[in-house]
Design a binder for this molecule. Structure first.
Ligand SMILES: Cc1cc2nc3c(=O)[nH]c(=O)nc-3n(C[C@H](O)[C@H](O)[C@H](O)COP(=O)(O)OP(=O)(O)OC[C@H]3O[C@@H](n4cnc5c(N)ncnc54)[C@H](O)[C@@H]3O)c2cc1C
Length: 352
């Protein structure tokens, strides 16, 4: 059994799952900042704001492998599924095959790899009432996909951790973390898993990073149609999922970069565009917003995706979910923990 002591900074979904994997493997994982995600903390982190759409299909093969493994773990463990608030809705992923490596063949092979059905634009229109798709668009239909409540999963995992430190990190100093109450903790490794706060924390420690924060916004809408599954329409950017009787969550990607993660301002223009695009793509949906939009931020990386990245010496990051880590976090945390335990001095992709 290893004696490795790893300080994990940030109690979002990424941090708690990484700490859990390390703990399960016999390492000493200390999760730092567990009080910052409390509902009274005054802001929503990405885990609390997340729409929680999970599916196996992703156009990019590496992301697809992680998403498929995460969904398989979730569906294969009823206790985990209950903790995560798993709901099966099916998922329709609409895309232009030219944007996938290998074109239509790549999209088809990707669908086959996750046991999904490939639909033509006309079939997607007929089965799901999607309108105005480009003629050569395809739909990837996954019956077994759905959504989770990432915040519920976070809280359940947190409850099972043996070493947590409620006080957030004030400063990173090599292999030492200074807490906001002045205490200093040392570890063999430090992993900053502070989501959209990560780039700022690294820069404050004098460490270069390519990680960036980006705004994400969606709203709940009262809708007339009850027959829609979870969907992503890459041809228009629109995405959504059922959100209870007569309710649907709808969003479009934001283009606001480098926002303040604690308080990203809602974007009224983006909210109006969601309604306009939804009216075109999903006639009969008649989406009327219910309450204000959910406005939050996530940490974006290039290539995108939640992964362990080496920063310098003993410091790594485990973030970069790029708006999609709810669906990959189970497998990505398992992979990151094994990399840390197997090769503690030389793991991760340098962030530059
Ligand atoms: C609005 C929105 C909708 C989304 N929808 C989906 C979806 O439908 N499907 C999907 O797969 N993904 C979705 N995502 C993405 C996914 O939810 C995120 O990628 C994932 O939750 C990121 O988790 P995280 O732990 O990296 O970051 P976070 O959840 O942001 O957690 C970071 C934590 O670090 C803490 N922290 C910050 N500073 C410090 C410090 N100094 N010391 C200690 N702790 C600190 C913060 O308080 C926070 O709790 C969505 C994201 C957003 C924002």
């Amino acid at each position: 059994m290893t004696e490795l002591r790893v300080l994990v900074v940030g109690a979002g979904l990424a941090g708690v799952l990484l700490a859990r994997r390390l703990q399960d493997a016999g390492a000493e994982a200390v999760l730092i900042g567990t009080a910052t995600d409390s509902p009274t903390g005054g802001y929503r982190d990405a885990t609390a704001a997340s729409g929680g759409l999970v599916r196996a299909f992703e156009p990019e093969p590496a992301a697809r492998a992680l998403a498929a493994a995460s969904l398989a773990e979730l569906r294969g463990d009823p206790g985990l599924a209950a903790e995560a608030g798993w709901r099966r809705t099916g998922s329709l992923y609409l895309l232009d095959p030219d944007t996938v490596a290998g074109g239509g063949v790549g999209a088809g092979a990707g669908a086959a790899a996750v046991d999904a059905e490939v639909l033509t634009a006309a079939e997607a229109a007929r089965r799901f009432g999607v309108d105005g798709l480009p003629e050569h668009a395809v739909g990837i239909w996954e019956r077994r996909a759905g959504h989770v409540v990432p915040d519920r999963l976070r809280r359940a995992v947190l409850a099972g951790l043996t070493r947590t430190e409620a006080v957030p990190m004030a400063r990173l100093d090599g292999d030492t973390v200074e807490l906001r109450d002045g205490r200093r903790l040392a570890g063999d490794l430090v992993v900053v898993a502070a989501g959209a706060w990560t780039p700022g924390l690294l820069r404050a420690a004098g460490l270069a990073t390519c990680l960036r924060t980006k705004h994400i916004q969606y709203a709940h809408h009262a809708v007339r149609r009850a027959d829609l599954p979870s969907f992503v329409d890459e041809t228009s950017g629109l995405y959504g999922r059922p959100a209870g009787p007569g309710r649907f969550l709808l969003g479009l990607p934001s283009s606001r970069w480098d926002v303040d993660p604690a308080a990203p301002a809602p974007d009224a223009e983006l909210a109006a565009r969601v309604r306009a695009v939804a009216a075109l793509r999903l006639p009969g949906l008649d989406p009327r917003p219910v309450g204000p939009p959910v406005s939050a931020a996530d940490c974006y990386s290039e290539p995108p995706g939640l992964a362990l990245r080496a920063v310098s010496g003993t410091v790594h990051t485990f973030t970069g979910g790029s708006g999609g880590a709810a669906k990959t976090a189970l497998a990505a945390s398992r992979r990151a923990a094994s990399a840390l335990l197997d090769h503690p001095s030389s793991v991760g992709v340098p962030t530059g």
